[in-house]
Design a protein around this ligand. Structure first.
Ligand code: FMN
Length: 214
């Protein structure tokens, strides 16, 4: 079992979304720890990879290699993703959308769709974090989930207490009182991310034990 986390924040260790992603990935690992086969996880900081913009040349539509991939790190990312049983993307709200570095990855990964839906049946979950209490969180998750659907992935959400938890890992730096905190102090955001990680792990296991993704 291999679960890949993608941190879509340009910040690295100090990123709040990355913090939530580590919680989700750790929970996925815990959930599968009793299995006979090893569970491997990795967190990839998208901004540490050189990803050129998609130029819209449509080479991938013609099933030709992406010319940009000869010059950047996209093949390294694709290699990991192809092997993944589950993928979790965490993205901060940037003007109620995903940061540009992550959008470049999303656009460039079109080649994986055009060249035989390489991510088909990979289990997918989304996490987000915003500055403001109402900072566009639902839009980010919606954009990520629609991206995953476009790739043929199996989109799942957190399943926790029906009267306490939402369906994805999400929260805000801003508290209800208008004060400020980090994601580590945002209890519901942490719980939502943990639940999401568990859900991705469990559905990925279901798929693997029923014959695998392909
Ligand atoms: C360019 C930019 C745009 C942002 N736009 C929004 C926004 O529309 N709504 C919001 O609530 N927060 C916004 N923020 C704040 C971030 O969502 C917030 O700081 C978040 O915690 C960053 O996540 P990170 O720590 O993982 O990078 C923005 C931050 C930046 C740098």
């Amino acid at each position: 079992m291999f679960i890949v986390g993608i941190s879509g924040s340009p910040k690295h260790e100090k990123s709040n979304t990355r913090y939530l992603l580590t919680k989700a990935i750790d929970a996925a690992k815990d959930e599968l720890s009793g299995l006979a086969e090893p569970i491997e996880t990795v967190i990839l900081n998208i901004s540490e990879f050189d990803i050129r913009h998609c130029t819209g040349c449509d080479s991938c539509v013609r099933k030709l290699p992406c010319p940009q991939s000869e010059q950047d790190d996209m093949p390294k990312l694709e290699e990991k993703l192809r092997l993944a049983d589950g993928i979790i993307i965490a993205a901060p709200s940037y003007f109620t959308s995903v940061p540009g570095v992550l959008k470049d990855f999303i656009d460039r990964s079109r080649a994986m769709k055009m060249l035989d839906h390489q991510l088909k049946n990979t289990v997918f979950g989304a996490i987000t974090y915003a500055g403001l209490r109402y900072g566009g969180q639902e839009h980010i998750v919606d954009a990520l989930n629609r991206y995953a659907l476009g790739q043929g992935m199996i989109v799942v959400g957190a399943v926790g207490s029906p009267v306490k938890h939402g369906t994805f890992g999400s929260g805000s730096l801003q508290t209800d009182e208008g004060k400020w905190r980090s994601a580590s102090e945002d209890v519901l955001a942490v719980q939502g991310s943990v639940l999401l990680g568990k859900r991705v792990a469990n559905v990925a296991l279901l798929i693997k034990s029923s014959g695998g993704r392909k």
